[in-house]
Design a protein around this ligand. Structure first.
Ligand code: NAD
Ligand code: GLY
Length: 385
């Protein structure tokens, strides 16, 4: 079974198809042909060794079948690949292969591949078409959709990048069956984030999916009885995300309401700070977001926005997917100092994304949140069982 939706942006000419389902890797070539006014002669297939080893052949075959030549561009695995050095290697490879503006970049992999390939596509010849073929849960429900591309700098996470929408997103859910357990939990953390922002029904559906996950592990993506429900949850996440991105594609500084794209950073201020404080080594991005959700929900309760019942529910859903890696040995100050490098700092003040009830995001200036409360919040989440 596969399903698709079309995201139409208010700006004329920006719309793309997102397809989710089983067996879609073999249709990547057909999809590109169906949306390209000029048939690409060649495609840069950006991936890493691990994912290319698993799925490179089938995607290459599907591109060749429609007459597109393929040159693989393999980047190192992991967050460290989102660097200037790797970006330059990728751009050089595009130039060496004489990629023109009617050719295509295909990002086959998780969020790291997608973010890096996206920046490279936005820069080469000032922009060449690119296609997202996400192979992690996180990339399917979040990073492949919405056009944020980025690399890290020594000063912080995703500080360099562009808004650049893909021409199509093709998510083959069978790829999730080879995903390591930690990556699945990491992906579900972004699903919990979106559910908390959306409202109680989505939180409850996500909690139900966590029960399936505890029972079946990654087999849930192949298990007949529940795989359609998982696909439904992926689509629900994509719909939620695109509804926000459509209303505030560029995360406008002035937009501060509940439709601001900034709200998608719920849990990310603390999460990114954790990643930076640990030099991007110890935690998966989604695991850091998991801790960030616990932090933001607890902070929301401390500021009397969220009730105890709502906090407990969110804690249960986060922890229901499994244990997050221990962070108790990371110095509190190194995390809280890293918070200041967050992209959402405006006029020297961090903008906290909090919840004024489940499904009711609010943006609160750091000036209203004393450091003492942040320290207490950090202590509370790291000492709770
Ligand atoms: P990732 O890209 O590092 O992939 C996780 C691991 O899984 C890697 O080792 C990868 O090689 C492996 N892998 C990928 N697909 C596989 C498969 N099907 N089978 C087996 N192994 C597979 O991590 P991620 O969690 O997908 O993405 C995290 C990145 O996404 C972060 O850099 C984060 O900043 C970014 N992100 C971007 C956005 C956005 O809007 N652009 C949103 C959320 C996160
Ligand atoms: N993942 C945050 C955003 O896309 O805005």
């Amino acid at each position: 079974m596969s399903r698709s939706l079309i995201v139409k942006f208010p700006q004329p000419g920006i719309s793309y198809k997102i397809s989710v389902g089983r067996g879609l890797l073999s249709s990547v070539g057909d999809t590109i042909v169906s949306v390209s006014p000029n048939l690409p002669r060649k495609a840069a297939l950006v991936s890493n060794r691990r994912v290319f080893g698993l799925y490179g052949k089938i995607v290459t075959a599907s591109l060749k079948a429609v007459g597109i030549d393929v040159f693989p561009v393999l980047i190192p695995d992991g967050e460290k690949a989102k660097s200037f050095r790797v970006l330059q290697t990728v751009l050089n490879s595009f130039s060496e292969n004489k990629m023109s503006r009617t050719d295509a970049v295909v990002a086959l992999g998780g969020g790291v591949v997608g973010d890096l390939a996206g920046v490279a596509a936005s820069l080469h010849l000032r922009g060449v078409p690119y296609y997202q073929v996400p192979t992690t849960l996180l990339a399917m429900i979040d990073s492949s959709v919405g056009g944020k591309t980025g690399i890290n700098s020594p000063y912080g996470k995703n500080l360099i990048g562009s808004f650049y929408q893909p021409k199509a997103v093709i998510a083959d859910t069978t790829t999730l069956m080879t995903l390591p357990k930690r990556e699945i939990v990491a992906g579900f953390m972004e699903a919990v984030k979106q559910a908390a922002l959306s409202g109680l029904p989505m939180v409850e559906r996500t909690a139900k999916i966590s029960e399936h996950y505890r029972k079946f592990g990654r087999e849930m993506f192949g298990e007949n009885a529940i795989r359609d429900r998982t696909t439904d949850l992926i689509l629900e996440n994509i719909r939620f995300k695109t509804s926000i991105v459509r209303s505030d594609e560029r995360e406008s500084v002035a937009e501060t309401g509940s439709q601001s794209r900034k709200i998608l950073n719920f849990g990310h201020t603390y999460g990114h700070a954790l990643e930076k404080a640990t030099q991007y080594r110890n935690l998966k991005h989604g695991e850091a977001v998991g801790w960030g959700l616990l932090f933001a929900a607890t902070l929301s309760k401390k500021l009397e926005f969220l009730s105890s019942d709502e906090l407990n529910l969110l804690n249960d859903v986060v922890r229901g997917f499994g244990r997050l890696p221990d962070i108790s040995n990371i110095p509190t100050n190194s995390i809280l100092d890293s918070v200041l490098y967050d992209k959402k700092v405006i006029d020297g003040e961090i903008q906290w994304i909090l919840l004024n009830g489940i499904g009711k995001p609010v943006i609160v200036s750091g000036r209203h949140v004393p450091r003492k409360i942040l320290v207490q919040t950090h202590k509370q989440i790291t000492t709770s069982p």
